[in-house]
Design a protein around this ligand. Structure first.
Ligand SMILES: *Cc1c(COP(=O)(O)O)cnc(C)c1O
Length: 395
């Protein structure tokens, strides 16, 4: 929900741009931080969800660690004040250069995704006379019940080490004197709204950690990843995730032994609701079967609908009269691709050239996936100046 004050502010900027409600971001971070502290859980923010400067500043100031998936993310985290002792580094294809960059700043842990990667990190660490802390990313074969393009924890996915390879892992670790094994890591997918998925994950983690301990290894860190979903359909009612409910699933089902730490890697749940993509209607095309609203933003600014059929609420901010006649539009972008369509048959007040449109819940995997295809301008960001005017129920 945008106040008329905010809409006035937005009107002054050239479109398209991302609008960030920094107040809402801070409230979301605070809610998560508070809930995590109840259980003394460690939270690392997944930078890939959004590495906008202001977002990173707020996340870092709240005290979270960083979850990185590239060498440049590791560098960005350090540059923005994240404690390198709170940085974890995952990724199925870490290059030697990226591993070296992470070794140079002494990150907390590499989440290792193959047996071969263990050997490479061991060699690179040895060459620097360092000991690299590692956790094994295990593929727990838990179905995240989310879109198949954002499922990561099944045996058919490229991520993690499958359980039948764990003997090989232990065998390899014995020879890796420059590695310190500290624990196990999981991440089963993204936009998970069914909390039972996390319960199933806990049950698998319990089995697997017992297996490791039976083999004589001590597990200090249980890293259960992220994936908590947000409500893309009701951004104004379910604005801040129920982090208490989320962490409580782990509290109730995860067996945490004395001296163990539980780590999380949240991305989307922390940043999705704090930003909208703001665009203007360039053209209205009325057809016989279809009406099109052609916006000045497209898949180059927000690719989620085209990449994984993601839903974003779309609002016409210039037409606040709720009694206006409703028309169904296909809301499309200007890019020369047929897939450049945000949504079809969207009921909206009758819209006109120049109207200001908001695509909501665009804070996660939005701006960071922008591209220069069609030689488009880099998408700008605009930040809230005023306090958040909507209704937020803090959990
Ligand atoms: C992307 C990613 C996350 C964050 O996922 P969200 O769904 O945004 O919470 C966490 N861990 C790893 C390893 C990831 O790749």
């Amino acid at each position: 929900m945008f106040s008329s004050q905010v809409i006035q502010q937005l009107q002054q900027h050239e479109t398209p741009f991302y609008y960030y409600d920094l107040n809402l971001l801070q409230q979301t971070l605070n809610a998560c931080h508070k809930a995590a502290q109840t259980y003394q859980y460690h939270v690392h923010y997944a930078l890939k969800a959004n590495f906008n400067l202001k977002v990173l500043e707020a996340v870092q100031a709240t005290g979270f660690g960083a979850d990185c998936v590239s060498g440049n993310e590791v560098k960005a985290a350090v540059a923005h004040g994240f404690d390198s002792g709170k940085i974890v580094f995952a990724g199925v294809g870490k290059s030697d250069k990226e591993i070296n960059a992470a070794l140079d700043v002494n990150i907390f842990c590499f989440n290792v995704e193959s047996v071969q990667e263990l050997l490479v990190i061991n060699d690179l660490a040895a060459a620097k006379n360092k000991i690299a802390r590692i956790a094994i990313r295990i593929n727990p074969n838990v179905d995240a019940h989310t879109h198949h393009h954002i499922t990561t924890g099944l045996e058919e996915n490229k991520f993690g080490i499958n359980t039948w390879q764990l003997d090989d892992v232990l065998f390899t670790l014995k020879d890796c004197s420059s590695l310190e094994f500290i624990g196990i890591h999981f991440h089963v997918g993204s936009q998970i709204t069914d909390l039972d998925v996390f319960k199933q994950l806990c049950l698998r983690v319990n089995e697997l950690q017992n297996w490791f301990e039976q083999k004589g290894l001590t597990i200090k860190v249980l890293n259960v990843g992220g994936g908590l979903g947000v409500d893309y359909y009701k951004p104004d009612t379910n604005t801040i995730c129920d982090f208490n409910d989320y962490f409580k699933v782990y509290h109730d089902h995860l067996q945490v032994k004395t001296g163990q730490e539980v780590h999380f890697e949240l991305g989307r749940a922390l940043v999705a609701q704090c930003a909208s993509l703001i665009a203007r209607v360039l053209y209205v095309k009325n057809g016989q079967a279809k009406n099109f609203l052609v916006l000045d933003a497209g898949m180059t600014e927000l690719i989620r609908p085209m990449l994984y059929q993601a839903h974003h609420e779309i609002e016409n901010l210039s037409k606040q009269d709720v009694t206006a006649a409703t028309v169904k539009y296909d809301v499309v972008g200007p890019i020369c691709e047929s897939t450049d369509c945000f949504r079809t048959d969207v009921p909206l007040p009758e819209s006109h050239r120049g109207d200001l449109m908001a695509l909501r819940t665009a804070g996660a995997y939005g701006e960071v996936m922008a591209s220069g295809y069609n030689l488009r301008d880099r998408v700008e960001s605009v930040y809230s100046q005023d306090a958040y005017a909507g209704n937020i129920t803090l959990v």
